[in-house]
Design a protein around this ligand. Sequence first.
Ligand SMILES: Nc1nc2c(c(=O)[nH]1)N[C@H]1C(S)=C(S)[C@@H](COP(=O)(O)O)O[C@H]1N2
Ligand SMILES: [Mo]
Length: 524
Amino acid sequence: MPGVTTKTQRTGDRSRKRGRLLLGACAGTVTVVACAAAGELVAALVGTASPVVAVGDAVVDRTPQALAELAIALFGTADKIVLLSGIVIVLLVVGGVLGVVALRRPLWAYAGLGVFAAAGVAAVFIGRGGDTRTVIPVLAAAAVGALCLALLLRAVPDETAPAGVGTVSGPGRRRFVFTALGVAAAAGTAGVLSRVISGFGAGASSRAAFVLPEPASPLPPLPKGTDLKVPGLTPFTTPNRDFYRIDTALTVPRPDAARWRLRVHGLVDRPFEIDMAELLDLPLQEADITLACVSNQVGGDLIGNARWLGHPLADLLRRAGVHADADQILATSHDGWTCGTPTEVVMDGRDALLAVGMNGEPLPHEHGFPARTVVPGLYGFVSATKWITDIRLTRFADDRAYWAERGWAVEAPIHTMSRVDVPAPLSRVPAGEVVLAGVAWAQHRGVDAVEVRVDDGSWVPAELARVPGIDTWVQWVTEVTVGPGRHDVEVRATDATGRVQTAERAEPIPSGATGRHRIAFTAT
Ligand SMILES: Nc1nc2c(c(=O)[nH]1)N[C@H]1C(S)=C(S)[C@@H](COP(=O)(O)O)O[C@H]1N2
Ligand SMILES: [Mo]
């Protein structure tokens, strides 16, 4: 029947077309995977951030405050993984679309890759860190992408080629599958290789080789009775591996201690630079300090306590000769995050440290190796710069740090707070004598009293554990007798200035959550 297309022919055409589209999409996604792997590998070799992370950083820094908070509320400390997975999914989908487009209009697809590369380059330049060498992995990724796409497109069987009924099959398809598998395998190898290279990078090995000096003024061991060892109660000392981690870094920065330098400059008489050998030669002291995040909700666990080892920040500032009008210490990290601390607070005699040790170990990479600041009494975002490289004395009137620019407070002392750990919220315990226990904190003021009440009854004082000083949290414990049924426990602390923890609820933004922690449990 000349000139007439039969129904079977049409279905055959249609599904052959579908098969080709599938191969196109496949070519596109495999290309993107190869791009990403090449980017990772070259980044590891050059020692810069990978293109995916550079884009992620740019997204993090430009994310509107409300969205960022929603992400933290939804995903907590997993927000980084969620963001990176999101970027990868978007890349894969866009890759698939590019691959389909490439079947008809290869030039458009290559232009698409060009747009990717341009976005990557733009991300490098608008990102913080400002390490422009990151364009190298971006461009390498784009080049590898173009190559792979060309390779894969050539392997897609021709539309006019004879094929089995209904599908793009036979030797043509086999060739495509082999090519795609080859490219994917190469990408996988590159990805693994990049992990290995960055795992054995200078920063990682420099921490393994890092030897903490003995403190010039060691602290006595913690007084007996700082840890009540009540089952379920947060330990007084937070082990490093359990310490909460909060930062804007999508991948943990691993600066090399041997190449580390700290510059102290700005409104000072004698700017100077110090390297790690010099820092470790200075007298180091120990301090027990409880660090808290401003994002911690009432009852939350973004708080931890450690014994830190470091050199007093005040001594470094005195060496530089700080001008009288320099009311802000603006610290910058290896990855370009900034933090503004009141000069006055650091100079008032408290144990503000440039720390190198945490609980007897070099700082873990996640917690700022090789050096970070810790300042008792202030939330981490205005005091605790990890991976610190730069301290500039300036004025609050002239410069704003990272979070202050995004709507958070400029000055942020830690609120007096308390938390119920035992019984666990919504747990079941036998009726009768019930142990209540938790922690309370009012760093650099100290906690004078903790009171609890059950079912909105009268406040009863809890027993306080011992503490090494006023800069840490304190454990509290008490016992109550309750009958069967559901009960509420509420807690409040009084700091050493005599102020009782407020009941007034406030959100973490801009200067920390307030309100009282209240939990419910069931006695049976
Ligand atoms: N370089 C860098 N340092 C940083 C941050 C950051 O994003 N980047 N976040 C700060 C915040 S908000 C807090 S609460 C503390 C948390 O320190 P940790 O992760 O060691 O617990 O680090 C601070 N130091
Ligand atoms: Mo924080």
